[in-house]
Write a protein of this length. Structure first.
Length: 243
């Protein structure tokens, strides 16, 4: 498999009026094409920084980042615009990137229909459930057909029940659209239920302390949670995260 994203010995330093904050140091990892990688790490360790670097929104202070393909990201809070309909929200990245062609709109609408938003295209975000809004935000991210999806705690605003369902949806969408995904989460169970591989980060400055390939194969998230090896993974990752 080919790397689509590669961090090599990356350091990132924020310069502020009160001094320097080293958010990442000696950070190295790679993601293969088509892989679903989850990243877990302690609060404030530099996860969002890592994702912003991967998105090309920040330049590393040292080290190198190789990126191939196009990137779409979905941030910590879903930010559908309340004054735009779901359809208009989904078209927004196309407008911004000047890709607002009839074919691109058709493709985006096709995704919205395929993933259960057909009857809500003319609705406003406030008229949808939290889970549906999250799905709409993901479809908006997919509208430009990015090769790599960068997801920063996309489910953190949802209640537990909704979260389980949205995870199921998101996993299904990402896998059926054959996207590469890099998901940041602080939820160990979520990481185990979704990913092909999990990277564990140290406390700030972030670097990778462990990398685990999971062995569940093509099983959807809720089914994974029922597997006998699930709790073993949880315990191991818990230990590493709290070491
Ligand atoms: N724009 C910025 N300017 C200065 N410091 C920053 C900036 N963004 C983040 N930091 C600092 O860098 C460190 C890492 O922040 P980051 O947001 O990447 O952590 P995180 O792991 O995503 O945290 P959380 O778990 O709360 O989401 C923190 O100490 C934070 O205060
Ligand atoms: Mg963060």
């Amino acid at each position: 498999m080919k790397n689509i994203l590669k961090f090599d010995n990356v350091t990132h330093i924020y310069h502020t009026v009160r001094g320097e904050v080293v958010a990442a140091k000696g950070l190295s990892f790679s993601v293969d094409e088509g892989e679903f990688v989850a990243i877990i790490g302690p609060s404030g360790c530099g996860k969002t920084t890592l994702l912003s670097l991967a998105a090309g929104l920040l330049k590393p202070s040292a080290g190198s980042i190789e990126r191939r393909g196009s990137y779409g990201y979905m941030l910590q809070k879903d930010e559908l615009f309340s004054w735009r309909t779901i359809e208009k929200n989904i078209f927004l990245p196309l407008e911004i990137r000047k890709q607002n062609t009839p074919q691109a709109r058709k493709r985006a609408l096709g995704l919205a229909e395929k993933y259960g938003l057909k009857d809500f295209l003319k609705s406003y975000p406030a008229q949808l459930s939290g889970g549906m809004r999250q799905r709409a935000a993901l479809i908006r991210t997919l509208a430009t057909d990015p090769d790599v999806l960068l997801l920063d705690e996309p489910f953190s605003a949802l209640d537990y029940q909704t979260r389980l369902n949205v995870c199921e949806d998101v996993s299904n969408i990402i896998r059926s659209e054959k996207k590469t995904a890099l998901l940041i989460t602080h939820d160990i169970s979520e990481a185990i239920s979704l990913a092909d591989r999990i990277l564990v980060l140290t406390a700030r400055p972030a670097r990778v302390s462990h990398s685990h390939a999971l062995d569940f194969g093509d099983i959807p998230p809720l089914k994974r949670r029922e597997q006998p090896t699930f709790s073993g993974w949880f315990e191991e990752l818990w230990r590493e995260l709290n070491a």
